[in-house]
Design a binder for this molecule. Sequence first.
Ligand code: GLN
Length: 491
Amino acid sequence: MTGNDLPALSIADLQSLLRRREVSPREVIDILRERIETVDGDIGAYLSLDIEAAVKEAEHSNVDLPLGGIPIAIKDIINVMGQPCTCGSKILNGYRAPYDAAVIQKLRAAGAIPFGKTNLDEFAMGSSTENSAVKSTRNPWDLSRVPGGSSGGSAAAVAGDEAFGALGSDTGGSIRQPAAMCGVVGFKPTYGRVSRFGLVAFASSLDQIGPVTKTVRDAALIMNAIAGHDPQDSTSLNESVPDYVANLGKDLRGVRLGVPKEYMIEGIDPPVRTAIDAAVKQLNSLGAEIIEVSLPSTEYAVAVYYIIATAEASANLARFDGVRYGYRAENPKDVLDLYGRTREEGFGAEVKRRIILGTYVLSSGYYDAYYLRAQKVRELIRRDFASVFGKVDALISPTSPVAAFKLGERADPLQMYLADIFTIAANLAGICGISVPCGFAELNGHRLPIGLQLLGKPLDEARILQIAHAYEQSTDWHKARPPIASTRPKV
Ligand code: GLN
């Protein structure tokens, strides 16, 4: 084991090295910092690092805790005390978090070290991380391509061995889709399973925090630390949390997996379709029964999402007015000028587009026609899932219809919205889901990762992790490394 190999380790493998005292938490921080200095100029996953704080914590960390001494990268929309929280927006310039989000409190209690804030689409609005006001992040598999989004910084950091694991947030696919495009694991818990306290709100009824990791086991390890009831979040579920790691390892005999016919549509790129077909066969050969199912309201999901998400965003983003947080326009004439110009200068184009759309669908005269109607259709989407989950244990689909696209390739926002087709319904229904690597598309000499999505019943995280783990362990996809990665050693 040399310093060069260490950043390639999974959390579980790093944990064993730390516990065997073969490396110290302090050394891990130094090695990780070096790795970031070497590659982040190319990848651009991080927005800020607080090495000094990390070193201090490393010196006192107890490696026998569940995540003792393990640095975790945090999407820059989750508050970490004393660190900037830009949300990828100019409007939060200069803001520093005065408190820790609940997930950060929990990570710290488990011994982890929140290490650096990762890039994202502004306020998590986007699917490519190109909407960040700070910079674009590049896909470690092909630096001319996007890492997906909005948690593109977290996914690229993990794929590029600049992080052992990371937190992202998923409002309509923002953990699963970038994980798929970067060839890593992304897990979206059931709505309410993980506290949103300290997550800057985009769409409060859809947002959920979850892990981005190299393996399913690592996702389970982070879930063990962050899941559970939190009185600081009124939508947090007061339900017991199983040990997700202890539940791994069961085989797939007797498991029923549904393939929604509405998800296997035209428009899925041929290499994605081939990889998913092969994954379905593989799951079947592992003992799972494959059943075709129907989710008839699927065609409305994207439209419903872009009404509800923008409506909630328009309300949530009203707080950024130049008075309370971050950026403030200079020399305002009066208070209205202060609000108006701060928002004009502080928000980017996509955020403005959504605030305008959200304000429109909520406005008198249009509320019934759009917002209320969308809420009704949302309920139909939820019922689709509830009825299908009476017949099957989980659903299988591609995570994204396409592999990573080129930076700048998707200039039309509508085209970008439509690509969320497979991930969005899960947020509308509040269910859990995961993306695991399941193959590659070969393009101009580059291998581009493809993700398999598994969707599960509300609060059935343990089973989804179990199925994903069984699949992962029967394949080599998760062992593949992007060209920029360091080599992965044997532990
Ligand atoms: N791509 C979707 C959007 O732009 C989802 C974003 C997310 O999950 N945060 O809204």
